[in-house]
Design a protein around this ligand. Structure first.
Ligand code: PLP
Length: 239
């Protein structure tokens, strides 16, 4: 019996993803290192996260504060950057600030204001890095700012002193083919251009694209892709 070390599949997955990103980035006239991979490790055991760090992944995504907390305990001071990519309830805001380096899922002015109030104490020494999640397709099943609301609330959002708004994030529509997701990505990029034209305090980051469609997202300008299954394999149903 040959036993394959668990890390091997992750190393191969990383090489394949980097090649896909390099190719797609070239098609949008960008260098491959213009795109950061957030390895989405929800449901993935701590050991496999360690294997992913050994394989070269530097940033990880979780969609639940509690799961991140359990993993933090299991992983100790493993050197990595953690992104919250799932909805954040206000009663977990303080924990989220303590456990995550970037909160990608800021979806209301109220939440941003709360993070701004809590950040100095929960994470002293610097602004809290966030992205604003946008429900570009106005899909009732998704969270995020509706674009018109974001346009209205842009000034107060960017005026919060303890929060650094690095850019925008979206979860693409459930598409039959990656090509179907393209209009969502184009719309997020256009929105970023429009909003930055109005207020350059908004950062340029665009977090868009997952396993099924990150290639298309990078072609349309993604600076962050959030990839889970292509790295770690399928998850239990519903996660
Ligand atoms: C799970 C998740 C991902 C990763 O999805 P995959 O299809 O496994 O690549 C990306 N973004 C968010 C918000 C997620 O919840």
């Amino acid at each position: 019996m040959t036993s394959v070390p668990p890390g091997d599949a992750i190393v191969r997955a990383r090489e394949a993803i980097l090649a896909t990103i390099a190719d797609a980035a070239a098609r949008s006239d960008r260098p491959p290192d213009a795109v950061e991979i957030v390895a989405v490790s929800k449901t993935v055991e701590a050991d496999r996260v360690r294997a992913a760090v050994a394989a070269g992944f530097r940033a990880f995504g979780e969609n639940r504060v509690q799961e991140r907390q359990a993993k933090a305990a299991a992983l100790g001071d493993l050197h990595a950057e953690w992104h919250l990519v799932g909805p954040l309830q206000s009663n977990k805001a303080r924990k989220a600030i303590e456990l995550f380096d970037v909160i990608e899922s800021v979806d209301s002015l109220e939440l941003a204001e709360r993070l701004d109030r809590l950040a100095p104490e929960a994470r002293p020494g610097g602004q809290l890095r966030v992205l604003l999640q946008v429900n570009v397709d106005d899909d009732p099943a998704k969270s995020g700012f509706v674009p018109a609301t974001l346009e209205r609330q842009l000034e107060p959002l960017l005026g919060l002193p303890n929060v650094l708004v690095e850019g925008l994030m979206t979860v693409g529509r459930q598409a039959e083919t990656p090509e179907h997701a393209r209009p969502t990505f184009v719309a997020l990029r256009d929105l970023r251009e429009r909003l930055r034209g109005r207020d350059s305090r908004l950062g340029p980051a665009l977090s868009m694209g997952m396993t099924e469609d990150y290639r298309v997202a990078v072609e349309e300008g993604a600076t962050i892709v959030r990839v889970g299954r292509a790295i770690f394999g399928e998850r239990p149903a519903g996660r």
